[in-house]
Design a protein around this ligand. Structure first.
Ligand code: NAD
Ligand code: GLY
Length: 353
């Protein structure tokens, strides 16, 4: 088993191994000893792993209730969050109890936000079941739901008490969802390490799963430990996300988060080449790696379609917006630009006017 310790506003372990979901009960009992837990999962994940997790908690003498919701980003909403909170009240979940977020980033973000705010905050654990959630969203304490105006527009920073990455759950993950996790993995390589980029090029992620997850969590740990509340260089973790979030929103979420991020990384790298910030070889190598992992690299939307979603990005500050731009593989910089210049950056990124 691999283990990474996070020391942010709170300290906790991220454990990575096959079969960890079945150990949920004994691990929660030993660490948190709650009287009750609420397991939160989308319908797909609950049908695959929900009962095993529930039984594991019940076997540890923890009273367990269940909340399920329809899968997909379209349900990462205030309405789902409110239904969860109302059910937690009805099920008499108290401040000493625990939320168990079982699933991908949608579940982790929504259930984490419920835990952060229910009775002013209760403890929660993450059991990520997508590659994307294992390498990124389950770690670091960003919780949120979407508003009609944009993704993650309401949320809180709230670190989990434990993260259990059960790599066996990835056996059932659809290939396009596995590819989305690879997009975030390529993101880490682009911002942090050419050596890691080369290893992803040489050896498929699926053949070095545990070591890739642990490498990504370790890289994320360093950003989160330095900047738990995202006021400094944690912004680098958003490489590709400004255009990515806009593309996702424009598609009404038929384009998946990781796919949007892949297109966003390619677009901002194209813009960096056009503006002489990085050499063409960086773009060529990035596109070839993204294509190797079956990820898209071209926006199906025009600047006109994307601009309002991109302008409401949370990296906007007053009349400026911060873009994470590659200089070379393993090194990015932050460009603070007037909002009015965003369109020309998009055009330089190959996005049609
Ligand atoms: P997701 O939670 O929607 O999961 C993707 C799909 O896979 C869902 O349909 C789900 O039912 C299914 N699924 C999950 N695990 C499965 C399994 N083991 N087998 C079969 N099917 C399975 O999406 P995601 O890609 O995990 O996460 C995307 C979300 O994460 C976005 O909302 C994004 O904004 C958020 N995110 C948050 C952070 C953060 O720091 N909090 C970071 C990155 C992304
Ligand atoms: N995924 C971006 C962050 O955690 O900061």
């Amino acid at each position: 088993m691999k283990s990474v310790r996070i020391d942010a506003s709170k300290s906790y372990d991220v454990l990575i191994a096959p079969g960890l979901a079945a150990e949920t009960g004994e691990r929660v009992k030993a660490l948190l000893n709650p009287a009750s837990c609420v397991v939160v999962a989308d319908d797909r994940v609950y049908s695959l792993y929900g009962e095993d997790v529930r039984q594991s908690l019940e076997s540890a003498s923890i009273r367990t209730t269940v909340f399920t919701f329809p899968h997909g980003e379209r349900n990462k909403t205030l309405a789902t969050y409110e239904r969860l909170l109302e059910q937690m009240c009805a099920d008499r979940i108290t401040r000493s109890d625990v939320v168990v977020a079982l699933g991908g980033g949608v579940t982790g973000d929504m259930a984490g936000f419920a835990a952060a705010t229910y009775q002013r905050g209760i403890r929660f654990i993450q059991i990520p079941t997508t590659l994307l959630a294992m390498v990124d969203s389950s770690v670091g304490g960003k919780t949120a739901v979407d508003l009609r105006h944009g993704k993650n527009m309401v949320g809180a920073f709230c670190q989990p008490s434990l993260v259990l990455c059960d790599t066996k759950t990835l056996d059932t993950l659809p290939p396009e969802e596995f590819a989305c996790g690879c997009a975030e993995i390529v993101k880490y390589a682009m911002i942090e390490s050419e050596e890691f980029f080369d290893s992803l090029d040489r050896t498929p992620v699926a053949e070095q799963l545990e070591s890739v997850i642990s490498a990504c969590v370790t890289m994320k740990r360093d950003y989160v430990n330095r900047d738990a509340f995202d006021t400094g260089d944690r912004i680098f973790l958003n490489f590709g996300h400004t255009f990515g979030h806009a593309i996702e929103a424009c598609s009404d979420f038929s384009i998946l988060h990781g796919e949007g991020v892949a297109i966003g990384m390619a677009a901002i790298t194209r813009a960096a080449v056009t503006r002489g910030i990085c050499p063409e070889s960086v773009l060529t190598r990035l596109i070839s790696l993204l294509e190797k992992y079956n990820l898209p690299t071209v926006s199906p939307y025009t600047c006109r379609q994307l601009i309002s979603a991109a302008l409401s990005d949370k990296k906007a500050q007053g009349e400026t917006i911060r873009l994470v731009v590659p200089e070379r593989i393993g090194k990015c910089l932050v460009e603070k630009i007037p909002k009015g210049d965003l369109k020309s950056w998009m055009c330089d990124g190959g996005i049609k006017p």
